[in-house]
Design a protein around this ligand. Structure first.
Ligand code: PLP
Length: 382
């Protein structure tokens, strides 16, 4: 009997994708009233000026393989963005790698850094894919439980380090809670990483969807050789289907990661790279408008549920929010079923993001304000 690799035994399907499939099935039966709050995908279309940049490149025949690390125009645009926005310098020729999505970039990084059994520290609640990426690369995820209110517990970081620890993974702002790390918390992480000679992998894909002060780890000086920034276009520019993201680090890390990229994807899709150049170099007013809309939705939900039996944690960034469903008095997986059957709301169970989020569900606020008013009404109905 032919078998699969042992490493696959620990991998679980994505909870949000599983729920999305269920909603599709429910909707295909017709007359469904289910409001889908599961998917981590902007409900906006990619702005026109970005599509135009791709059409132009396609029509001009720029459709072949590109330089593996990404077309120079895109690496220059990313470098200029970091210079102008964060006042930091990343050399476009040696310190930037364009990948087919931030997720793929993260997978490359895990492949590049982890040996069997090496540990990656993750703060709960965290995006489920991290855990599986670590497992797929034979590493071991080590979770630090969140404090009450889902604040990451940085004070537990030092004691979680063992002689197998290789990486501290920071997702800032956090999917699913929308938490934004404070300067002091980041300083603490950096200090501990230096003292223990660890890598920091910083997934900052929601860096532009922030409603309060956000500090990128890239702005800390003297840590470029241990810091790998992951970012991309999916969320900020509503470009999830274009599959385009990037990594920033020192030239040594980028050249190692680049080996994996060369032998797997070769390069990110040419049209997507040209679209991404358009995204960064064009007017940012559509980004501002989308972020303002996410902020209005957040405020609407937080105000609308005030005093209800479903308290919500106010997110400082992202388009997610964690809803406390402990008043339903059922176990975590069951709460999602109750919300679906009794409230016609599709959500993702907090337990998918770590045990400390068990009494919550994640809401993706990627529905318009009218739909969110309906969500509030349903949640307040009893
Ligand atoms: N990182 C986080 C925290 C995410 O939530 C997601 C998508 O949901 C990604 C990375 C994936 O980004 P991309 O679409 O660029 O692969």
């Amino acid at each position: 009997m032919k078998t699969f690799s042992d490493r696959l035994n620990k991998i679980v399907p994505s909870a949000s994708m599983k729920m999305a499939q269920r909603i599709l099935e429910i909707n295909s039966r017709g007359s469904s009233k289910v409001v889908d709050l599961t998917f981590g995908q902007p409900d906006f279309d990619t702005p026109e000026y970005i599509k135009e940049a791709a059409y132009k490149a396609i029509k001009e025949g720029r459709n072949g393989y590109t330089v593996s690390r990404g077309i120079p125009e895109l690496r220059n645009a990313i470098s200029d963005f970091y210079q102008n926005y964060y006042n930091v310098n990343y050399d476009p020729t040696s310190e930037i790698l364009v990948a087919p999505g931030a997720k793929q970039g993260l997978m490359y990084v895990m492949q590049a850094l982890l040996n069997d059994g090496e540990e990656v520290i993750l703060f709960e609640p965290c995006w489920l894919s991290y855990r599986d990426m670590v497992f797929l690369n034979k590493g071991k995820p080590v979770f630090i439980k969140a404090k009450e209110g889902l604040t990451p517990d940085i004070d537990k970081l030092e004691e979680s380090i063992t002689d197998k620890t290789k990486v501290i993974l920071i997702n800032n702002p956090i999917n699913p809670s929308g938490y934004v790390f404070t300067k002091e918390e980041l300083e603490q992480v950096v200090e501990i990483a230096i003292a223990n000679d660890l890598y920091i992998v910083a997934d900052e894909i929601y860096d532009r969807i922030v409603f309060e002060k956000f500090l990128s780890l890239s702005s800390f000086s003297g840590i470029k050789d241990r810091l790998i920034i992951i970012n991309g276009f999916s969320k900020t520019y509503a470009m999830t289907g274009w599959r385009i993201g990037y990594l920033l680090s020192c030239s040594d890390v980028i050249s190692k990661v680049s080996l994996i990229h060369q032998h797997t994807a070769t390069c990110a899709a040419a049209a997507s790279q040209h679209a991404a150049v358009g995204a960064l170099t064009g007017s940012q007013t559509s980004v501002d408008a989308m972020v303002q809309s996410y902020q209005r939705r957040r405020d609407l939900m937080c105000e609308g549920l005030k005093g209800s039996k479903f308290p919500i944690i106010k997110p400082a960034g992202t388009f997610y929010a964690m809803l406390d469903v402990s008043s339903l008095k059922v176990d975590p997986q069951e709460s999602v079923e109750v919300l679906l059957s009794q409230y016609q709301l599709a959500t993702v169970s907090g337990i998918c993001y770590g045990e400390s989020a068990a009494k919550y569900v994640r809401l993706s606020l990627t529905q318009d304000e009218t739909q969110l008013m309906e969500v509030i009404e349903r949640l307040r109905k009893s």
